[in-house]
Design a binder for this molecule. Structure first.
Ligand SMILES: Nc1ncnc2c1ncn2[C@@H]1O[C@H](COP(=O)(O)OP(=O)(O)O)[C@@H](O)[C@H]1O
Ligand SMILES: [Mg+2]
Length: 259
């Protein structure tokens, strides 16, 4: 074992994962303040990727009360979404069809115009973002969970990564943590992230925010509906109850009551 390496088992999806990791590295090269774990070696027969080992002691969620950090993550994601890259034949040349997720056609059109398709992380939740000193961040694991997004897309409206992060800050936590979750600080963090992203993309209109909130709700519903396929019954039932409670709490907030 090498202390400076981190080995991850990717399983049979490794051949789809490697091009995504390459694109993320390319995006990070262009955006000051964001890095990712360098791929040192791909062991195809064993389906493992050897990464440089990073010190990832501060997941984004541990900084939930630091709104400046939440804002910074929003702004950096906006810069990542507008960075340049080439869509190789590994991926669909088409942007993610938002309607396929159950998003209303009008919202899909508006969001595609306001936040034109760019690089798509596809699993941009708080467990894949870490905070370094002075607010720089590390983004890892740009690989979609099969139950959320199809893996053939690397292009999408920025709305998808933003909605994923927002809903994960409220709903995606270990069971006990979710049980004791204090919604207000997580809502404040999610709102700060969302607004900072939109400001950075110069897309901060009331209509865009409203459409994005509907996307957040749509992804939250998908996430909750797929729990039963991933978890055993008692855990799934408990998670579903807690998630539903968090969605209701979210919808009762002043920001959400306007939609
Ligand atoms: N390059 C790395 N160096 C050190 N730790 C890592 C590295 N990559 C991942 N980790 C650790 O492993 C965890 C899971 O990694 P991740 O790539 O997100 O896998 P998955 O979500 O598929 O389990 C991370 O939360 C982090 O603690
Ligand atoms: Mg991960």
């Amino acid at each position: 074992m090498h202390a400076n390496r981190f080995v991850k088992n990717h399983g049979p999806s490794i051949e789809y994962d490697l091009p995504r990791l390459e694109v993320l590295a390319h995006i990070c090269e262009q955006v000051a303040g964001v890095t990712t774990a360098r791929v040192l070696h791909a062991d195809m027969p064993r389906q493992k990727v050897v990464y440089e080992r990073l010190v990832l002691t501060e997941p984004m969620e541990s900084k939930i009360d630091d709104l400046e950090i939440m804002s910074r993550v929003g702004r950096l994601l906006a810069d990542m979404h507008t960075a340049e890259f080439t869509v190789t034949p590994d991926f669909s040349a088409e942007p993610y069809p938002l309607e396929s997720l159950g998003i209303d056609q009008h919202d899909a059109k508006m969001l595609t115009e306001a936040l034109p398709p760019g690089w798509f992380h596809s699993d941009f939740w708080h467990g894949n973002v870490f905070v370094l000193d002075v607010g720089n961040i590390v983004v890892i694991d740009p690989l979609p969970a099969a139950f959320m997004f199809s893996r053939k897309h690397i292009l999408a409206s920025g709305a998808l990564d933003v909605a994923m992060m927002y809903m994960s800050l409220l709903l995606v936590h270990p069971l006990l943590k979710q049980f004791f979750l204090s919604a207000p600080p997580h809502m404040a963090a999610a709102e700060k992230f969302l607004m900072s992203y939109l400001e950075q993309r110069d897309a901060c209109s009331k209509q865009i925010v409203t459409s994005l909130r509907r996307v957040i709700r749509c992804l939250a519903e998908i996430w909750v509906s797929k729990l039963s396929a991933r978890l055993v019954w008692p855990i799934c039932a408990a998670k579903r109850t807690l998630a539903t409670k968090s969605i209701l709490a979210m919808e009762k907030t002043e920001e959400w009551r306007k939609i």
